[in-house]
Design a protein around this ligand. Structure first.
Ligand code: 3PG
Length: 210
């Protein structure tokens, strides 16, 4: 059984889900806190660095935040992420094995799709909230707009090539629940510990809708 309500709850907390690549564990807490302070409570920590799982652990208790794991590629990573405290999982694609693993773990999964057939396959498994990835190269807002009428009960979180210059083009579509992006946590700002800048970027992103 897919827990759509839990995932909807995560994805409707703000218009933007920050996609985070954390190289230094010490950055995890202050980075997460700055984003939450700025109004972005859902934090996606990608499993792309050696400290990613520890970073999830470090961010699990940030007041007002909800931490998830991104770039989850297989069942083993899904299990490790949940054990570290991830409350939701995001993946670039949607394999049956990964969907099964997320169901077995009882944790919401936002799997990536880029075509109508992939979206339909995920829909057959009960999924109604999907990541559209990589959003820009796969066709951008025009492509997602074209999917809205035939795939009426699916909503997407476009990620990949989304930034302040085009986020509203996606967010104004009826089948977009939120967008994901790394622009709110630029590598140079994280390296410099410039949490004020990151909070300000988060504040701008949080104000994008409404
Ligand atoms: C990624 O692949 O890192 C995410 O989709 C974020 O993409 P972005 O850096 O273009 O926001």
């Amino acid at each position: 059984m897919v827990d759509l309500a839990a995932l909807t709850g995560v994805l409707t907390r703000a218009p933007v889900v920050p996609v985070l690549i954390i190289d230094r564990l010490a950055d995890a807490g202050p980075l997460g806190s700055a984003l939450v302070r700025g109004g972005l409570p859902a934090l996606e920590v990608t499993l792309r660095t050696p400290v990613a799982l520890e970073a999830i652990r470090a961010m699990a208790d940030i007041p007002g935040g909800v931490v998830g794991a991104g770039t989850v590629l297989d069942a083993g990573q899904a299990k490790a992420a949940v054990e570290a405290g991830a409350k939701f999982l995001v993946s670039p694609g949607a394999t049956p094995t990964l969907i099964d693993a997320a169901h077995a773990l009882g944790v919401p999964l936002l799997p990536g799709v880029a075509t109508a057939s992939e979206a339909m396959a995920a829909r057959e498994r009960g999924l109604r909230l999907l990541k559209f990835f990589p959003a820009g190269p796969a066709g951008g807002p025009a492509y997602l707009k074209a999917l809205a009428s035939p795939l009426q009960d699916i909503r997407f979180c476009p990620t990949g090539g989304v930034g302040p210059e085009n986020a509203l083009d996606y967010l104004s579509l009826p089948n977009v629940i939120c967008v994901g992006g790394s622009w709110v946590a630029p590598g140079d700002a994280v390296r410099a510990g410039d949490w004020t800048r990151i909070e300000s970027l988060a504040r701008g992103a949080a104000a994008l809708r409404g």
